[in-house]
Design a protein. Structure first.
Length: 326
């Protein structure tokens, strides 16, 4: 672990906790929530941004409401140099359909998520990747997203997370050109003031604020959240592949509620593929993550068969931007 860690105090943690719930909270309201002054909060935000702890502020759109399917592709590489792996990663990052690319330590070397309109489009993209880089791919697996619970990081204040279901239906909502213009600008920085968005879109601030409110109410905008590099505070990001047994809706609901209560699990991803569940979490180290997963498995012995821990070592594409698909 790096020795150049950013030291954060209780006020920083309060700010991060509030941003996890709604990263677009205005500065004055954010300051009231954390019981500080706007000037102090603004300074703390700038410090966390300049340090790289907060990489950006994400406008998290609901892929289902854009008529998009979400697929994960898992690649196990063989006989690759760093240059060759970098070429593959760069290729994946440059695809407009990819919204997340991660490097892993564990069974899988690279995971990429793509959003497409149908299975044919997915097949074409996955085939192109394999045609170009197939000699480096020893093994591949594919899983489709069925439903995801996006959970706020509560661990900043030793609290449970707050979950909200994302991608539970695929039904394209109506967006006009004004909505699309606003969303594309908002994707640059979810905390961008309405006045600045208005300037960039040549709209009025009142129209911008109203449209954003409507996009949130309709569920097209799922939530605003910070993009956090937890390595800056001595934490690591893990994906957990969970193999289930004797699936029932009741067992799944109970496990999901348990995971939300953990505070450090921020994605509960139900899948269709070789496994039916993935978790994403922050932990201090592999041993801590493994210990937590063993405890969860012991709590649900009739539901969890086994699990695989994957350390995400890098996120070359982590902005989760779907506006290029609009």
């Amino acid at each position: 672990m790096s020795t150049n860690l950013l030291k954060i105090d209780l006020l920083d943690k309060k700010i991060l906790y509030a941003l996890e719930i709604d990263a677009r909270t205005p500065l004055t309201i954010l300051a009231k929530k954390v019981r500080s002054s706007p000037a102090v909060v603004e300074y703390r935000l700038r410090r966390m941004q300049e340090s790289g702890l907060i990489k950006n502020y994400i406008t998290f759109l609901d892929a289902g409401k854009l008529g998009l399917m979400v697929w994960n592709v898992y690649l196990e590489l063989q006989n690759t140099t760093k240059k060759e792996e970098d070429e593959l990663v760069a290729y994946l990052c440059n695809l407009k359909e990819t919204w997340w690319v991660g490097r892993c330590s564990g069974k899988w070397s690279i995971i990429y998520s793509i959003c497409v309109r149908d299975i044919k489009e997915f097949y074409v993209i996955a085939t192109q990747v394999n045609n170009k880089f197939g000699k480096y791919i020893l093994n591949q697996s594919i899983a489709a997203h069925a439903e995801i619970e996006i959970i706020s990081r509560g661990y900043f204040l030793d609290k449970p997370g707050i979950g909200k279901t994302w991608y539970n239906t695929i039904k394209k909502a109506k967006l006009d050109e004004t909505d699309i213009k606003i969303l594309r600008v908002l994707s640059e920085n979810a905390r961008m003031p309405s006045t600045e968005i208005a300037r960039k879109t040549k709209l009025t601030a009142r129209i911008v604020a109203y449209r954003i409110k409507e996009l949130v109410a309709s569920g097209i905008i799922h939530r605003f959240r910070p993009q956090i590099d937890v390595k800056k505070i001595g934490m690591s990001f893990y994906k957990v592949i969970v193999h289930l047994k004797e699936y029932t809706h009741q067992k799944n609901t109970q496990l999901k509620e348990y995971c939300v209560m953990q505070g450090n699990i921020f994605h509960y991803e139900q899948k269709i593929g070789p496994w039916m569940l993935e978790l994403e979490l922050d932990a201090q180290n592999y041993e801590s993550a493994d210990r937590q997963l063993r405890t969860i498995k012991e709590q649900f012995p009739d539901f969890i068969r086994s699990y695989e821990l994957l350390l995400i070592t890098d996120e070359p594409k982590g902005g989760l931007d779907l506006t290029k698909q609009l």
